[in-house]
Write a protein that binds this ligand. Structure first.
Ligand code: 5RP
Length: 230
């Protein structure tokens, strides 16, 4: 099987083609988004004028190294295109995101972008969300155990506090992540709405009806799927 890194890079190279001179670009987080920042850095060095809105400190640092000017985080922005990776994508272009713990900023940036472009390698395309990848949910530390219990009751699934190096993982906003091991998410929109009624949940890693273009790196080449929204 072809190296997945090569497929991610190929998808990222196709994604940066959507970036035009003068654009404000939402910069995602993760290994696929990293290839986007590197490719954009190359274009900036060749004269492309863009400004970036990073979705994590990691991405901000890489973008700065690449000479991509960044917009002050405190300003209201108008983002022409946001480009990001995902952990799973279903046939309706709904996503699970948050494997890297940056889902909150990623969703804010995706929601404020005129166009949201997502890149995955072909192994992340699934018929139904869930199963092989748990759903990350960002929760407030206060009373997180009760929040987790509510999530467990709603989803009837195992909820696990994310840890890193033996201690609870903290997001850049100081919150916790719980990973919900759901077998299948047949109705992502309904689940997102229900989860958002639970106090203590800051944001879920379900990205429903947000993707405009999905770019898939496959061993046969790059496939592009556009949202069929009415
Ligand atoms: C980070 C994310 C990433 O986009 C997602 O985890 C995919 O990462 P990678 O491109 O490294 O496979 O949502 O919060």
């Amino acid at each position: 099987m072809e190296n997945l890194e090569a497929l991610k890079e190929r998808a990222a190279r196709a994604a940066v083609e959507y970036v035009k001179d003068g654009y404000v670009v939402g910069l995602g987080t993760g290994s696929t988004a990293r290839y986007v920042v590197l490719a954009l850095g190359g274009r900036v060095k060749a004269g492309l004028k863009i400004r970036g809105v990073p979705t994590s400190r990691e991405t901000a640092e890489l973008a700065a190294q690449q000479g991509i000017p960044l917009i002050d985080q405190d300003n209201a922005w108008v983002i022409d295109v946001a480009i990001d990776g995902a952990d799973q994508a279903d046939p309706g272009l709904n996503l699970i995101k948050g494997g890297g713990g940056a889902l909150l900023k990623e969703k804010i940036v995706a929601a404020s972008a005129k166009q949201f472009i997502v890149m995955v390698d072909h192994t992340k395309r699934v018929p139904v969300l869930g199963g092989s990848f748990p759903l990350p949910i960002e929760v407030i530390p206060f009373g997180w155990g009760s929040t987790a219990r509510e999530i467990e009751a709603l989803t009837k699934s195992r909820v696990v506090l994310r840890e890193r190096n033996g201690v609870p993982f903290r997001t850049e906003s100081g919150n916790l992540i719980v990973d919900v091991h759901i077998d299948r998410i047949d109705q992502p929109r309904d689940l997102e709405i229900s989860l958002n009624t639970i106090p203590g949940i800051v944001e879920t890693g379900l990205f429903v009806n947000r993707t405009d273009v999905l770019i898939v790196g496959t061993p046969q080449g790059v496939e592009t799927q556009h949202a069929s929204r009415t």
